[in-house]
Design a protein around this ligand. Structure first.
Ligand SMILES: [Zn+2]
Length: 98
């Protein structure tokens, strides 16, 4: 599969791709890019406080925030690509999947 899955979240706790129609156990999306680790942490903090996420751990020195909604676990964190490029990641994990 060479496309980036476009997740569609159902109320049944399943994630389906809009493009290929497959049921996805989990999906990872880049929601934005920032130019420093400091900004990445700020963006994460803002999303977490606005969306009422709780911190569950760390990934590459960045906090991992999580919340549950309709049987889907949403996680947000960041990842370093280069010294001037960090991506903000959102992960959706279906509780309906094994
Ligand atoms: Zn797909």
């Amino acid at each position: 599969m060479s496309h980036e899955h476009e997740p569609l979240v159902g109320l049944n706790g399943l994630i389906k791709c809009k493009t290929c129609g497959n049921i996805l156990p989990s999906v990872e999306m880049t929601i934005s890019h920032v130019s420093s680790a400091y900004r990445a942490r700020k963006v994460l903090e803002n999303i977490a406080s606005a969306g009422k996420y709780t911190i569950i751990g760390f990934h590459e020195d960045f906090p991992v925030y999580s919340k549950n909604k309709n049987g889907i676990t949403e996680e947000i964190t960041a990842s370093k690509i280069t010294i001037r490029d960090y991506r903000i990641i959102k992960r959706l994990i279906s509780e309906g999947a094994e």
